[in-house]
Write a protein that binds this ligand. Structure first.
Ligand SMILES: [Zn+2]
Length: 368
């Protein structure tokens, strides 16, 4: 009995008593896992990487309210702390759930693109009696509204990051993160100078264009993570002397027509393409033109809107004749190669984020 009690105490100490940075990592498996989480039906991205040595990386955290889905996944895969959280760009469908995640789990380092979208401080009113003598009045409390602004989402992310105590760094192209067990994550973008609004071609959005783009390598296996990159981002990447060839690619911007150009696919030569998208999106994600390009390139296609969570595993070398394996949570009931019809343009001009306008899913495209 005493032994049992002591044992339980020791386990308790191990679980709770040790500082967070020594919390138990998931068991090394010699296997790299990438889980493209299903944060639908409203659109978003969230991808969990568990390296062979147990280090974990979360790329984006889905939209507001999706933190629970992400945390559930972390629990499922026995991730008790994240070594890295990477916010590819400060749009709500990528950082909306970040505050929920950051306030629930310890994170070693948070990496973002350094773009600050905090709510601007109200400007002090010039003139007025005694305006010099009196200290500036405290800013009014943020308005509670059903429709949150992009700034509001960023404020929550920034506050949660501060409270988490994680280290914070700006993504530096070329920087490599050793994930242990032989897996390496390399930052490919965004490169400076960042794209500005007036530089964007028709339909482009500069926040998307400045997304963090990553490359993951493990032995012979490789994968690209495109964030919400735009065609211009891809073009810029192609102009650099970078290894872009990869077995698997997380397609840019939920399969938007503004990315995944022919030239980029030709360089990447992906065998498998993963599209993280939501069945309720109104932006025509994934675009038929993108699906057609992937089909022409002979890539296998996976979609979170039709198949749920997509899991890629690799031992970094051939294992039973396979370099990697891809599994989905469910079988697609609809044609994977059929794109969605756009009801809205996913560009900045039309207000790509129209929060509060998500309702029941758009009617399915009529079958030919
Ligand atoms: Zn997005």
């Amino acid at each position: 009995m005493l032994v049992l009690l002591l044992g339980a105490g020791a386990i308790g100490f191990w679980k709770i008593g040790l500082p967070w940075w020594r919390a138990r990592a998931p068991k090394p498996t010699g296997e790299l896992q990438i889980h493209v989480l299903d944060v639908g039906p409203v659109e978003g991205d969230s991808i969990l990487i568990i390296a062979p040595g147990g280090k974990s990386v979360l790329i984006d955290a889905g939209d507001a309210g999706k933190g629970k889905v992400v945390l559930d996944a972390l629990k499922r895969y026995k991730v008790e702390r994240l070594d890295y959280f990477i916010a590819t760009h400060p749009h709500p469908d990528h950082i909306g759930g970040a505050d929920e995640v950051l306030s629930a789990i310890k994170v070693g380092t948070v990496i973002d693109n350094g773009v600050d979208l905090s709510t601007p401080l109200p400007e002090a009113k010039p003139g007025g009696k005694g305006s010099k003598a009196k200290a500036a009045p405290p800013p009014p409390p943020p308005k509670k509204s059903k429709v949150k602004t992009v700034n509001g989402f960023f404020d929550e992310y920034a506050a949660a990051l501060k409270q988490n105590g994680a280290q914070h760094e700006k993504a530096q192209p070329g920087k490599k993160y050793d994930l242990g067990g032989g897996a390496t994550l390399t930052v490919l973008g965004p490169t400076e100078p960042f794209f500005t609004k007036d530089q964007m071609k028709a339909g482009g959005n500069e926040t998307n264009a400045n997304s963090i783009v990553l490359r993951l390598d493990y032995g012979e296996f490789s994968m690209l993570f495109m964030g919400d990159a735009e065609a211009q981002t891809e073009e810029r990447t192609l102009g650099k002397d970078l290894n872009l060839k990869a077995n698997v690619i997380k397609i840019a911007h939920h399969g938007s027509k503004y990315a995944t150009t022919d030239n980029f696919i030709k360089r990447a030569q992906p065998e498998a393409a993963i599209i993280s998208d939501g069945a309720w999106n109104r932006y025509g994600h994934p675009a038929q033109v993108v699906l057609d390009r992937l089909k022409a390139a002979n890539a296998k296609l996976y979609r979170t809107d039709l198949q749920g969570e997509v899991t890629i595993t690799s031992k970094g070398k051939l294992d039973s004749g396979k370099l990697y394996d891809i599994k989905t949570a469910r079988e697609a009931k609809e044609d994977l190669w059929a794109g969605r019809e756009a009801q809205k343009d996913d560009s900045s001009r039309s207000g790509f984020i129209a929060y509060g306008d998500f309702g029941p899913p758009p009617k399915a495209k009529a079958k030919k």
